[in-house]
Design a protein around this ligand. Structure first.
Ligand code: EPZ
Length: 424
């Protein structure tokens, strides 16, 4: 697998446009299985995880076509079995369970494994399905859910889980009666999913708040929908601009989706100008130290935690980042330390003593956002870095190398360092 080669020290300058949000596209593509007609979905990002989701839809009988940024899904004939070899590639595969349960009254979905950032159970998803009348069995690592008659229920989520909120909301669209989800996640991607489903004939109210009400309907028709911009991608490029003392304008973004991140960047001392669909950041000094605590939306997003740690590594004092969502999301820290960062992880907290410079190094990405953090650190470091584990980064960032190069970065793909030294 190739690596990304970055020679740091160049301030990023210019403008970059965000793609559609990965974390909206994945549930919406799963939600297209609820419709017995044809849906056309625009601004679907060209990402590895999206490719996996499209393969999953096809594997359960949907007809899927893709042209440029539009995806066409026709889901009139479905089967309930999700293949392990596809489901194991991505946790979001589990989002197919709700739609299959609603359409077919049964679903056989492999239990998603944990991943680099934590155990990531699905107990809240299953608890919601059971409350709506499903019977759940575990069979050789597959979860079998059977519900000949899904009915509405009042469901309280112990944790405002994004995936559980989405899966339950999708199953409830066609349950008989009304479902209430309390302590629901409030992310913009959930609002986008609800907008798609309502466009297909669902009756969802309250998405974006902690209490969502879904009145079941008999069937959903196909719908046309445009995915919202990716707020996490936007945050990643803003942080990269700040870390390299540059001036970057991010376009195709909804600034109100990034209130917590923009507030923290302003607290770091950067100039930020937010307009209708763009945000400009200008940085001419190292960031001031800040305290960051990841929280469910509208709090500071856990997906921006790692990129922000790279920025704070170059701060003028001691910053503290607390990760409250996932139990193991500091895997990238030891790689930053190899670049000269001074970070100590103590339980859910990363204590970051800012340093005046980072040094390029060969580093390995272990997960999607940690990989982005390593790229940001490499862009700000002196010297050259080789970032391996590119497959993780490409799950969530399309055209990362091209977009950063368009901002002036000295960045390219290269054969894996080990490959370079293989004896011919
Ligand atoms: C979604 O994951 C996102 N993925 C993640 O983005 C994001 O980090 C996360 O939400 C939090 O915002 C997609 O939308 C595809 P959760 P999800 O269920 O739904 C616990 C990225 O980098 N939990 O909100 O899996 C869980 O262990 C990815 O783009 C249960 O205990 O996250 C975690 O501690 C990474 N039981 C917390 O809730 C459950 O049944 C939040 O998880 C479900 C979750």
């Amino acid at each position: 697998m190739h690596s990304i080669v970055i020679t740091g020290g160049t301030p990023l300058n210019g403008k970059v446009a965000c793609d559609g949000a990965k974390n909206a596209a994945l549930p919406i593509l799963a939600g297209a299985l609820l419709t017995d007609g044809a849906s056309r979905i625009w601004q679907v990002p060209d990402l590895a995880d999206v490719h996996t989701m499209l393969d999953l839809l096809s594997s359960v009988g949907a007809h899927v076509e893709r042209s440029d940024e539009c995806v066409y899904v026709e889901a009139s004939q479905l089967t309930p079995h999700v293949p392990y070899e596809l489901a194991r590639m991505m946790r979001a595969s589990f989002l197919i369970m709700g739609p299959l349960l609603a359409r077919l009254g049964e679903a056989f979905v492999p239990l998603p494994g944990g991943c680099a950032i934590g155990r990531r159970p699905v107990d809240l998803h299953l608890k919601g399905f059971e409350a709506m009348g499903a019977t759940i069995h575990m069979d050789k690592g597959n979860i079998q859910a059977v519900a000949p008659h899904l009915h509405g229920a009042d469901i309280y989520l112990d944790v405002p889980s994004v995936g559980a909120t989405e899966n339950i909301m999708m199953a409830a669209c066609m349950a008989e009666g009304t479902t209430i989800i309390d302590n629901a996640a409030q992310e913009p991607e959930i609002v986008d999913l609800a907008n798609f489903l309502n466009g297909a004939g669902a009756r969802i109210r309250g998405a974006g708040t902690s209490r969502i009400k879904i009145e079941g309907v008999g069937c959903l028709k196909g719908a046309d929908h445009t995915i919202i911009p990716d707020r996490i991608e936007a945050a990643t490029y803003l942080v990269a601009g700040a870390a390299t003392l540059g001036e970057v304008r991010v376009e195709n973004v909804i600034p109100t989706h990034l209130t917590a991140v923009l507030a923290k960047l302003a607290e770091c001392g950067f100039t930020i100008i937010a307009e209708n669909s763009s945000i400009m950041i200008k940085s001419d000094t190292r960031p001031k130290p800040v305290s960051v605590k990841t929280l469910p939306y509208p709090g500071f997003p856990t997906d921006v935690q790692a990129p922000f740690a790279s920025l704070c590594s170059l701060g003028t004092g001691t910053s503290i980042i607390s990760e409250t969502i996932f139990e193991n999301r500091f895997g990238y820290v030891e790689e930053l330390v190899r670049m000269g960062a001074n970070i100590k992880v103590e339980g859910p907290n990363a204590i970051i003593e800012g340093v005046s410079r980072l040094e390029g190094a060969n580093v390995q990405a272990g997960d999607l956002r940690g990989g982005a953090a390593l790229c940001i650190a490499a862009l700000a470091a002196e010297g050259t870095s080789h970032v391996t584990g590119v497959e993780h980064i490409e799950r969530g960032y399309s055209d990362l190398v091209q977009k950063l190069r368009s901002l002036g970065a000295a960045i390219s793909y290269s054969p894996d360092p080990e490959e370079r030294f293989e004896v011919g």
